[in-house]
Write a protein that binds this ligand. Structure first.
Ligand code: MET
Ligand SMILES: [Zn+2]
Length: 750
């Protein structure tokens, strides 16, 4: 008999690149907010943080290599600022913790660091301010302490730090830096500090250290890549280094890292699959540690383990040292699916939050573990009528008449003064309003009572606006908990979670709905509120919807079909809502797209395709109206320079856009692009509790008129008012109306 001795299959190393750090029930959020309000002292906060870290390690202990240091009191970029001692002097306070929160949140003496979006996610990081004067020094205390916490438990701990290249590429020049200075110029100095950080971790017993270089997932110049090569050649001497990207392919940075001699790379095999093909053609040493990031760190669908295993096998053909990991840090997913009790079973069966993803990773690492392919979505999640309707759309479904013709028709329908004044939609959400919504949701307030409560609020908001003398009114959005969830709750194909929280910034978390199936609208979603508001006033009231791109950006979206297809389905549902609003007599319909910039792909090569589908879905949602019905849109939250073409392609009649902080820079950008319709550049920074000076708002309007001409400018705040209080809103809007009046008068008699 011929027997073959099977070589026992080797267990692969299982790991994750990072873990949610706010606690399964947002414990850290509560502790932080108690601390900030003075109810919890520093020791109490530290105790709460230690408990959160301990819980993270409990979860992570199923892994072979446990990432450490991914806990944060606020933000991991701020942690890195501290680790390299680059806190701005205006943020230095008596204690380290006070300095930390001064930088994160600002205080009486100093404004905080700027905050901006982290790659193409809804996470926000604090932007380091680096100048020629920044005196870097190694402060390894946090990294070492968290490493030791894990090591003392007997875990194989792997410290994680944001790498020096990304740190500087994410930074901005400090105030007063020379005009030609860029933070990246300081790479040579910074790398020496990293050498010290790595040495301190090495002394504490760390073998392998993970340096996150997400900025290498973006397009980089030859000079940047050359500098990256030099940095990593310098660093490999001092520790075993694993470089992680996490936000797409490393692309041309991949050979750079490998040639520099790093011990390993963590590959994003969900969004960066081209790296897999690239590796197959590169001359890779069989000693190179390749981490297969096959478990999606950014979405909540169960993995196709068969596909993951196939990818792992491809890497094993290249290297003898292959491990299994998440594609990015698990920071972007909620902690535990088992805490959800209300989701339909067919959905729960197909989801994985962070804890469940750890199990998928360990299953793939185990030669005996599951290799189950992902089951097809249930037939009940398909809606053939939506699919047929999309397939049958004519080529002009997303086209309107040219703007000039629409404009004439709209001016005839609604007479408005030059520089019409308006707001972005929401009015202050009082505690009482939130309580009423919560009571209704829990079944403690009957529908009729709830409706009359909300209608009373709408009436009050209309009366406020009439009194202020605004030209185009809004109903105030009192019935909306959140601008995406409100629609998700009414559309087929969406589910909402009870506790699926994800950190957005600092202590702030969001609970994205789950878009799991074909999307359809069962009934009008907003018409009753808008019509009621319109019945109370002679002034036009804007209908108020959230656009398809933003609905997708702020949801966990099915990953079994292209985003473009899903966006079109959402667009059709909105198109019907737009039609119903129009039929009810609404003359102006605003479709908000604050996330238009957020989903812009990190790599330039993918951007044109994104612009195409994103703008098409918006047009599909809005182009069904008659020429005399005005479509407005609203954008905020970021600099829009890179999506100006997309803004033009939305083909809205009026675009209100955050502009006050960037001093109206957007106007020049718009002018350069082929944007010909009207703009409402925000003249009041609603993120600040400050009441803006009327003169400043008038000056901003003058700038806008100078750039765009008097017929194309609207006067409005930067964004909705729901986070503000009436004490700020009333004087600010009164000032805005006054500013518009002043500038109008100057138009007539300059
Ligand atoms: C984040 S954009 C918000 C737009 C919305 N219509 C509001 O006013 O609240
Ligand atoms: Zn906004």
């Amino acid at each position: 008999m011929n027997t073959t001795t099977a070589v026992p299959a080797q267990r692969l190393g299982a790991t994750a690149l990072g873990y949610p750090r706010i606690g399964p029930n947002r414990e850290l959020k509560r502790a932080l907010e108690a601390h900030w309000s003075g109810r919890l002292d520093a020791a109490g906060l530290e105790a709460a943080a230690a408990a959160v870290r301990s819980g993270m390690l409990d979860d992570l202990s199923v892994l072979d290599s446990v990432p450490t240091g991914t806990f944060s009191f606020y933000d991991h970029v701020l942690d890195t600022i501290v680790a390299v001692d680059a806190l701005a002097s205006r943020h230095r306070r008596e204690t380290a913790l006070a300095s930390y929160f001064a930088a994160a949140r600002g205080d009486a003496e100093a404004v905080p660091l700027e905050m901006t979006k982290w790659f193409d996610t809804n996470y926000h990081y604090l932007v380091p301010e680096i100048g020629p004067e920044t005196a870097f020094a190694a402060k390894p205390e946090k990294a070492v302490a968290e490493f030791l916490e894990a090591k003392e438990r007997g875990l194989d701990a792997r410290p994680v730090l944001l790498g020096p290249v990304s740190f500087l590429l994410l930074a901005k020049p400090s105030e007063g830096a020379p005009a030609d200075f860029v933070p990246f110029d300081r790479l040579g100095d910074l790398v020496e500090v990293y050498v010290e950080l790595l040495a301190a971790l090495g002394e504490a017993g760390a073998g392998l250290i993970q340096l996150d270089e997400p900025a290498l997932c973006a397009d980089r110049t030859t000079e940047e890549l050359a500098a990256t090569a030099a940095v990593y050649r310098r660093l490999v001497g001092s520790a075993g280094i694993l470089v992680a990207g996490g936000y797409g392919p490393f692309g041309e940075a991949l050979p750079v890292l490998l040639e520099a001699g790093v011990e390993g790379v963590a590959l994003d095999l969900v969004r960066g699959r081209s790296d897999l093909e690239a590796l197959e053609t590169l001359d890779v040493s069989r000693e190179t540690f390749l981490l297969a990031g096959v478990i999606d760190g950014r979405n909540i669908w169960r993995a196709d383990l068969a596909k993951g295993a196939a990818d792992i096998a491809r890497l094993q053909a290249i290297s003898d040292r292959v491990g299994v990991a998440s594609s990015s840090s698990l920071l972007h997913v909620p902690v535990d699916l088992d805490a959800e009790h209300e989701l339909p079973e067919a959905l729960t069966e197909r989801l994985a939050f962070a804890r469940q993803k750890l199990r998928e990773i360990t299953a793939l690492a185990d030669p005996e573990g599951s290799r189950e392919a992902r089951p097809e979505a249930p037939a009940a999640w398909r809606d053939e009528s939506v699919r047929t309707r999309l397939a049958d759309l004519g080529p002009d479904a997303d086209r309107r008449l040219p703007y000039v013709e629409r404009q004439a028709a709209q001016a005839e329908r609604v007479a408005l003064p030059p520089l019409p004044t308006t707001t972005i939609g929401s009015f202050p959400q009082t505690a009482e309003l939130r309580n009423a919504r919560a009571a209704h949701r829990r079944g403690l307030m009957i529908d009729a009572d709830y409706k009359s409560r909300m209608k009373a609020e709408v009436a009050a908001v209309i009366a406020e606006q009439e009194k202020l003398g605004l030209d185009v009114l809004v109903h105030g959005e009192p019935e909306r908990n959140d601008m995406v969830q409100y629609f998700a709750e009414q559309l087929t194909g969406f589910a909402t979670t009870a506790g699926g929280w994800v950190q957005s910034y600092g202590s702030r978390c969001v609970r994205p709905p789950v878009l799991y199936g074909d999307v359809a609208r069962n009934a009008p979603m907003t018409v009753e509120w808008t019509s009621y508001a319109q019945s109370l006033t002679e002034k036009p009231v804007k209908g108020m919807l959230t656009g398809p791109v933003t609905i997708l950006a702020w949801s966990f979206v099915r990953d079994d079909q292209p985003l473009a297809d899903t966006a079109d389905q959402v667009a059709l549902a909105l198109r019907d809502e737009v039609a119903d609003l129009e039929a009810a007599g609404t003359a102006i319909i605003q479709v908000d797209e604050p996330a238009l910039r957020e989903l812009l792909p990190v790599r330039a090569a993918s951007r044109a395709a994104y612009r195409d589908w994103a703008t098409r879905s918006f047009r599909l949602a809005t182009a069904g109206v008659r020429p005399e019905t005005a479509i407005h849109t609203h954008l905020c939250y970021s600099e829009f320079g890179e999506v100006i073409d997309a803004i033009a392609a939305l083909d809205a009649d009026v675009t209100s856009i955050e502009a006050s902080r960037s001093k109206m820079e957007i106007l020049a950008d718009l002018d350069r692009a082929d944007y010909r319709s009207a703009v409402g550049p925000g003249v009041w920074d609603i993120h600040s509790p400050r009441v803006p000076a009327t003169d400043d708002m008038a000056e901003a309007l003058r700038l806008a008129v100078a750039a765009l001409g008097p017929d194309r400018v609207w006067a409005n705040p930067d964004c909705g008012l729901k986070t503000r209080r009436y004490e700020e809103v009333r004087p600010s809007l009164a000032g805005l109306v006054e500013a518009a009046r002043i500038v109008r008068e100057q138009l007539v008699s300059p």
